[in-house]
Design a protein around this ligand. Structure first.
Ligand SMILES: *Cc1c(COP(=O)(O)O)cnc(C)c1O
Length: 423
């Protein structure tokens, strides 16, 4: 049987830090990353044959749970026909049509292979469309790892450094302006002076990559008005929230229409898909019609397209009701445990939940990245280890949120109680 320690040692020799995405490395935590061998529903199984109730869920795509039977059947079926054509095919057409039919402001969509690519394209489109260079983003919002967005970003770079990454030319960083979430006054002042240089304001309408930082609707409305006033674009990065907090994401939930939206995660049902979407007047700037270049050898991969479509088709309104109930049940149990057990060791933590997303927060009502206590990771570490020992898999960082899926049903909920309180 393989052992985690042994595998991680081999990995570290072959791959920088032993991982292909930094958060997976358990950096700042005591234990070794678990090597996952298989998964089913709400459960992971590692190579040492231990099972975990999974609250990481591949960081968001698996809203139906692991290995959903219907998605699997569609993917297998597609696989039997072939897996990449580099040519037009009907599968992406069906997914595009389903999204355009169900989200009011979207007239066109372009599929890419990740959320990062989607954002990269959205930004290029915004700059071309407005013929301006500056992009406003918010401290703690993560928009993937494209150069211009790795400034005060969240997710795996939250605890690295202010500029988030080396290797980004100052000239590129100079065109990214960063504000604290909710800071209307500073934005107003900036826009008064530089509004005509701003191509777009980009935001996660529910920031979920630096803990969970719910924003007031008024703030997002303010951004909508301010961008309109200066003919800049408003980009909603709904890579996490799209198809999760509602089918149409935060935009549908709040009734605020962005100029461009980016999707990822759920849109591919667990396969690599991202998308940028919006009205034709902006989208038609893209090649081959317009002169904004964007391309992809494996874009709109047919297996990923059918998996995405089946996932989205299963997300009927009743599915969101069900998901809300499961999420309420699960987070109630987690919260009770945090408050009452382990001799009050974790009393400082509680759960903040938005639909099926939750964060184990060190303080209530945090809405800005700058208000998160700096010793959060140290405090989180023993909690993470304890959960892991109880057979519960959280995302391995204090700044990452938890995801609940339609597989986190009542039986999983009972199992969660048992695992937390029986050992
Ligand atoms: C995950 C995420 C991205 C990046 O997507 P990848 O597929 O990891 O490149 C971008 N924006 C947000 C809001 C995300 O949560």
């Amino acid at each position: 049987m393989w052992e985690h320690v042994e595998l991680f040692d081999i990995s570290k020799d072959l791959v920088p830090g032993g991982v292909h995405s930094p958060v997976r490395s358990f950096k700042g935590l005591k234990s070794t990353p678990r090597f996952i061998e298989s998964a089913e529903g709400a459960y992971l199984q590692d190579v040492e044959k231990k099972t975990y109730i999974d609250f990481c869920m591949s960081f968001g795509p698996l809203i139906l749970g692991h290995k959903d039977e219907d998605v699997k059947e569609e993917a297998m079926c597609a696989l039997n026909k072939g897996w990449t054509y580099g040519a037009c095919e009907p599968y992406s057409l069906e997914l595009a049509e389903f999204i355009v039919d169900n989200i009011s402001f979207i007239e066109q969509i372009r599929f890419v292979n990740s959320g990062t690519e989607a954002v990269m394209t959205a930004i290029r489109l915004a700059r071309a469309h407005t013929e301006r260079d500056k992009i406003i983003k918010f401290n703690g919002c993560y928009h993937g790892h494209t150069d211009s967005m790795l400034i005060k970003a969240g997710s795996g770079v939250q605890n690295i450094s202010e500029t988030s990454s080396k290797g980004i030319p100052q000239s590129i960083a100079n065109d990214t302006i960063v504000f604290e979430l909710g800071d209307e006054e500073q934005i107003k002042t900036y826009m008064k002076k530089h509004g005509k240089e701003v191509a777009a304001i980009i935001i996660e309408p529910l920031p979920a990559n630096c803990g969970l930082l719910p924003q007031k609707k008024e703030f997002l409305t303010f951004l909508r008005e301010e961008t309109t006033k200066y003919n800049a674009l408003l980009i909603f990065d709904e890579v996490i929230t799209g198809f999760r907090v509602a089918f149409g994401g935060m935009s549908a939930k709040l009734g605020i229409i962005p100029d461009l939206v980016t999707y990822g995660k759920i849109i591919g049902g667990g396969f690599p898909v991202g998308a940028v979407a919006g009205p034709k007047k902006i989208m038609l700037n893209l090649a081959p019609v317009g002169n904004v270049y964007q391309a992809g050898t494996l874009s709109a991969n047919p297996v990923a397209m059918v998996a995405g479509l089946k996932t989205l088709q299963k997300l009927e309104p009743s599915a969101y009701d069900q998901l809300s109930k499961y999420s309420a049940n699960i987070t109630t149990i987690l919260n009770q445990w945090l408050q009452k057990y382990q001799n009050g060791r974790y009393k400082m933590f509680s759960i903040v939940r938005e639909d099926s997303l939750f964060w184990i927060t060190p303080k209530e009502n945090i809405t800005r990245a700058c208000d998160i206590p700096s010793d959060l990771s140290e405090e989180f570490s023993p909690l993470f280890e304890s959960m892991l020992a109880h057979g519960i898999y959280l995302a391995p960082s204090a700044y990452e949120i938890g995801f609940i899926s339609l597989a986190h049903n009542n039986s999983v909920c009972n199992q969660l109680s048992k695992r937390l309180w029986n050992n």
